[in-house]
Design a binder for this molecule. Structure first.
Ligand code: NAD
Ligand code: IPM
Ligand code: MN
Length: 359
């Protein structure tokens, strides 16, 4: 029996998680995927209940689970708290506690959503890439601080990377590329940063073990531009924590919307699945959020953690069918399509999934 830890979090988190769990219920019935769920507190919800963004109880829950399903954390209510006490610190804490060094964010162009893209349609044909983001290093976890100086305050965050940290994420990128189009684009700022120079050198070392892979390097500023200019060139983009954060939000638009971008965060133990977006406080509690990124994260969980590729494909097919029917949440709506809410979108996916699995 699979043990799932479920952390709805804040803002739209509980709304999208509810829909994802209902979809998983259909899988349970049809694919004999038996699991139990235990819900825990993370982020602002945890701060309100316990004073801590990542309480000890949640840490124990996730460490004992087989996988974690997470909504999103954060919101204006907690924005004035000191860094160590913010909801986001809970997310960083869980990533560190589970050693989730590899964050996979697959962006593919949904043909049904091509019309509503800000890019010209011909640029989007063939877009199918994965951002492989290093998740527990870099500026997010380096030495930081604040001190008084003459005339004001100085704050600093430092970026640190070691060769083992770079090597292990590079291996993830190369082995993924081996199952795909065999292109790895390593993104850095090696013209300026020492950490990037070490990154580039280490990635090149690792590349020697993967002679079938075509490795190229881009500076992050150029990569941001290339993502708009010629996104179909990319297969695997591997990069450090903060560059990956920024580039993956940017790349999500190629797939239709940030609300469509799932993610998997992987280490050696239980993996964590969450949409790439945040808690969207501007639309929270209004039944407006797109639940598809979270539903697609469940598909990633079934495929990666539980080797249930068939069930994952069924979910992805159900999502595609719902898009074919013209149902859209606000973030992917365009004239001529039907605006629906979070719950109706989740229900439509379940209905399709039942149809698919009965065949
Ligand atoms: P955000 O991703 O929450 O929202 C950015 C924009 O995208 C907003 O206009 C929002 O309405 C829209 N959006 C996001 N997800 C959507 C969805 N599923 N359906 C429809 N529209 C969607 O980013 P933000 O506004 O910069 O941050 C809000 C809060 O979320 C902050 O506290 C931030 O720290 C947090 N955050 C958390 C995570 C996470 O938990 N993994 C990720 C990013 C941001
Ligand atoms: C994400 C988010 C987080 C990050 C924040 C909320 C800490 O933006 O998951 O992409 O920067 O990693
Ligand atoms: Mn982000």
């Amino acid at each position: 029996m699979v043990k799932l830890a479920v952390l709805p979090g804040d803002g739209i988190g509980p709304e999208i998680i509810e829909q994802a769990l209902c979809v998983l219920e259909v899988i349970k019935d049809k694919y004999d995927f038996t699991y139990t769920t235990q819900t825990g507190l993370l982020g602002g919800a945890a701060i309100d209940a316990t004073g801590e963004p990542f309480p000890e109880e949640t840490k124990e829950l996730v460490l004992q689970s087989d996988a974690v399903l997470l909504g999103a954390v954060g919101g204006p209510k907690w924005d004035q708290l000191p860094g160590e006490k913010r909801p986001e610190k809970g997310l960083l804490g869980i990533r560190k506690a589970l050693n989730l060094y590899a964050n996979l964010r697959p962006v593919k162009c949904w043909p049904q959503l091509i019309q509503q893209s800000p890019l010209k349609n011909e640029k989007l044909a063939g877009v199918d890439l994965i951002v492989v983001r290093e998740l527990i290093g870099g500026a997010y976890f380096g030495k930081r601080g604040q001190e008084a100086i003459l005339g004001g305050i100085k704050a600093y965050d430092t970026i640190e990377y070691s060769t083992p940290e770079i090597a292990r994420i590079a291996k993830v990128a190369f082995s993924l590329a081996g199952k795909r189009r065999k292109i790895v684009t390593s993104v850095d700022k090696a013209n300026v940063l020492d950490t990037s120079r070490l990154w580039r050198k280490t990635v090149e070392e690792i590349a020697k073990d993967y002679p079938e892979i075509n490795l190229n390097h881009l500076y992050v500023d150029n990569c941001a531009m290339q993502l708009c200019l010629n996104p179909a060139q990319f297969d695997i983009i591997v990069t450090e924590n903060m560059f990956g954060d920024i580039l993956s939000d940017q790349a999500s638009v190629l797939g239709g919307s940030l609300g469509m971008l799932p993610s998997a965060s992987i280490g050696e133990g239980p993996a964590l699945y969450e949409p790439a977006h945040g808690s969207a406080p501007d639309i929270a509690g209004q039944d407006k959020a797109n639940p598809l990124a979270t539903i697609l994260s469940v598909a990633m969980m079934l495929r990666i953690s539980f080797n249930r590729g068939e069930a994952a494909l069924a979910i992805e097919k159900a999502v595609s069918n719902v898009l074919d029917q013209g149902l859209r949440t606000g973030d992917i709506w365009s004239p001529g399509t039907q605006l629906v809410g979070t719950r109706a979108m989740g229900e439509a996916v379940r209905k399709e999934l039942r149809k698919i699995t009965n065949n």
